[in-house]
Design a protein around this ligand. Structure first.
Ligand code: ADP
Ligand code: MG
Length: 247
């Protein structure tokens, strides 16, 4: 039996008259990389925000690492969030801090009693794993967009999360940098043994990083499966047009 790390059942979420999620069911299994696709505004970000308790659903159940998220008090919710690395669209680096200070920040906030040496070691190890050890004393403004994205991912890795949530990790990057980030996501999954949800519009990113695709269509997921099954042999016109538009 595969272990389910996220289990979503009949999830419903509206904002006033706007019905975004209309009964979403989804399972994320340990070790897999699930890609979530869907048009802008289809509710992809809302879905993962509910998973980390930044939004609350109207109906349905979301269990993450065995716990019903909406029932957690703030202490339990914080504990859960420490096991989840989220790299959100807008999660920028702090411009007034060096790369080292940016990476240390989650450690200082969340891990007590770490010595200077232990902190340095963790920061250097994670930075090295994203290939940017040489930037440790630089300011974010001195780095390229792709490098900043990598440092952002490194920052979420420093607490060794079990689950990584990537919200449009390649948005706004040129094709070569996109490929770099795609490779980094795969490398992170291997090195850190994370389970991931990768939200993207980018079918190349989906194909390269995903074990399984889930397309959000009018508030529910269509059939999930490997890239070829879902796209190349698509029967649903909405999925076909998504594919045709991209390739
Ligand atoms: P996407 O699939 O592009 O990530 P989102 O999940 O961000 O889409 O948003 C889905 C819809 O819900 C959008 O129409 C958005 O405007 C709306 N929405 C998202 N968050 C809120 C909020 N906090 N309050 C009101 N409307 C919201
Ligand atoms: Mg979004």
């Amino acid at each position: 039996m595969r272990e389910s790390v996220v289990q979503v059942r009949n999830l419903v979420k509206s904002f006033g008259d706007l019905h975004v999620l209309k009964g979403v069911d989804l399972d994320l299994y340990r070790g897999e990389n699930l890609v979530v696709l869907g048009k802008s505004g289809s509710g992809k970000s809302v879905l993962i925000k509910i998973m980390v308790g930044l939004l609350t659903q109207d109906e349905g159940s979301v269990r993450v690492l065995g716990q019903e998220v909406k029932d957690l008090d703030s202490r339990k919710l914080n504990e859960l969030r420490l096991k989840i690395g989220f790299s959100f669209q807008a999660s920028a680096l702090y411009d007034s801090m060096t790369v080292r200070e940016n990476l240390e920040f989650p450690l200082v906030r969340n891990v007590k009693n770490l010595s200077r040496e232990e902190k340095d070691k963790l920061v250097e190890e994670v930075l090295d794993s994203v290939g940017l050890l040489q930037t440790i004393n630089q300011m974010p403004s001195e780095l390229s967009g792709g490098q900043r994205k990598r440092i952002g991912i490194a920052r979420t890795l420093i607490l060794k999360p079990e689950i990584m949530l990537y919200d449009e990790p390649t948005a706004g990057l040129d094709p070569i940098t996109c490929m770099d980030i795609n490779n980094l996501i795969n490398q992170v999954n291997e090195m850190y043994k994370t389970t991931s949800i990768i939200i993207t519009h980018d079918l190349t990113c989906a194909k390269v990083t995903g074990d399984r695709m889930a397309v959000l269509l009018d508030g529910v997921f269509g059939k999930t499966g490997q890239f070829d099954e879902v796209f190349e042999r698509a029967e649903d016109d909405r999925v076909k047009s998504f594919y045709d538009y991209n390739f």
